[in-house]
Design a binder for this molecule. Structure first.
Ligand code: SF4
Length: 408
């Protein structure tokens, strides 16, 4: 018998890889709700939620999301506020906002039906190359790759690829191989199988090669150098900033304001605050600021000037700074410190009254749901109603403090 040449060996390896991987997936795949879906919408929801988030965290959010917004139309009709509330706690809120925009686009431009083709899916706001590949292959059986972090890791080990995986060249190289390996009949299963292998076996720090179906053809394993892959670019250091936070409290209510529509935590609500970027250490010391500096920062954080007199008086009487608690974003780390400022209930408007707290800041009421109609993007919210507002998890410790009746 003739020995196999390199090209024949490659063909044998490619075919074996596909067959071994699909056979493994058929038996070992986890029973996840979205895997039963044939409709592209739940697949879209799950793929967006699974980006940067673990399966066990996603499951309850996925179920709740589909209960609240069971179709593209329902999602498109919903208020952004309500979508963000259901998403609250899952992080990376821009994903929810982009999906909502995408649903509106589908209803306005595609008659409410999700496009069935990879290229057309890419035109939907919020659907990028990975998500389009996942939907097109899983829901519509199109032969197209879906390369996420799991797939990058697995393929880099299979090929013993010695370049950083984040580059366009690596992406093209992996895509070329995947298009050879992906079968005509089960492209969606093939993509999911690779993701599943990355999640269950070929994990980031301790790949369980002993249980892997691909040991005979994995170059990284055969060379005994799995630990070298994936090669990654050096990461920029997370910027650490101190987030001074002002909790204005009137009895049971606190003042919240909406963040800008662009950037970090876009469109979510917050306790007003400012970021001090001169922080360069990771210590737990509270900022050493005088009351005048605190007051200056308060004026930057809260555009409403009606509270100045009361707040200044409170600061002069003495400040108790709470925290810090730490919260990590992808590129930034907040060291959150806060002060609670108790304000008196507003006086009735009376001609000739000595002073008056402005009531241009509206009160949030559940029954009238005015949050998205507020012109100045600030409102008073009772502690009971806080869960009705899309408030980032970063402020969880503050809310807990308030619920426990922590004093100023
Ligand atoms: S053999 Fe090991 S490194 Fe290679 S794909 Fe399997 S788990 Fe990953």
């Amino acid at each position: 018998m003739q020995p196999l040449n390199d090209s024949t060996k490659g063909i044998v390896r490619d075919r074996s890889l596909t067959a071994l991987l699909l056979a493994w997936y058929t038996v070992e795949k986890r029973d996840l709700s979205w895997r039963k879906a044939k409709n592209p919408y739940p697949i879209w929801v799950s793929e967006v939620m699974l980006q940067q988030t673990q399966v066990k965290t996603v499951i309850p959010y996925y179920e709740l999301f589909l209960q609240r917004f069971p179709s593209v139309e329902q999602l498109a009709k919903a208020r952004l506020e309500d979508v963000l509330i259901v998403w609250s706690g899952l992080g990376y809120y821009s994903r929810a906002r982009r999906m909502w925009e995408g649903a509106r686009y589908i209803c306005e431009q595609c008659g409410g039906k999700m496009p069935e083709d990879f290229e057309a899916l890419l035109r939907v706001p919020g659907i990028g190359v990975y998500t389009a590949g996942a939907i097109a292959s899983i829901a519509f059986g199109q032969r197209v790759a879906a390369i996420d972090g799991n797939v990058l890791r697995v393929v880099s080990r299979l090929l013993a690829w010695s370049e950083p995986v984040e580059t366009a060249r690596s992406y093209r190289h992996f895509n070329d191989h995947l298009m050879v390996w992906q079968p005509v009949l089960r492209p969606g299963d093939f993509n999911q199988a690779l993701m599943e292998l990355g999640a269950m076996i070929c994990t980031p720090t301790k790949p369980n090669c002993e249980s892997c179906p691909l040991t005979q053809i994995c170059e990284g394993y055969l060379q005994g150098e799995v630990h070298l892959y994936p090669v990654k670019k050096l990461k920029a250091k997370r910027q650490v900033v101190t987030r001074l936070t002002f909790v204005l409290r009137r009895g049971e209510r606190v003042l919240l304001q909406r963040r800008p529509t662009q950037g970090l935590l876009a469109d979510l609500w917050e306790f007003p605050g400012v970021e001090l970027s001169h922080e360069d250490g990771l210590d737990n010391n509270l900022p050493a600021l005088g009351y005048e500096e605190w007051f200056e920062f308060f004026q930057k954080a809260v555009p409403e000037r009606a509270f100045d007199g009361q707040v200044k008086e409170r600061f002069e009487q003495g400040l108790r700074v709470h925290g810090p608690v730490w919260y990590n974003f992808s590129h930034r780390r907040w060291k959150i410190c806060w002060v609670i400022v108790d304000l008196p209930e507003p006086l009735e408007t009376k001609p000739g009254a000595g002073f008056l707290l402005s009531e241009s800041v509206l009160e949030y009421r559940l029954e009238s749901k005015p949050v998205d109609q507020l012109v100045d993007n600030r409102c008073w919210v009772s502690l009971q109603n806080l869960s009705e507002i899309p408030l980032p998890v970063a402020f969880k410790a503050i809310v807990e403090d308030l619920r426990e009746g922590v004093t100023a």
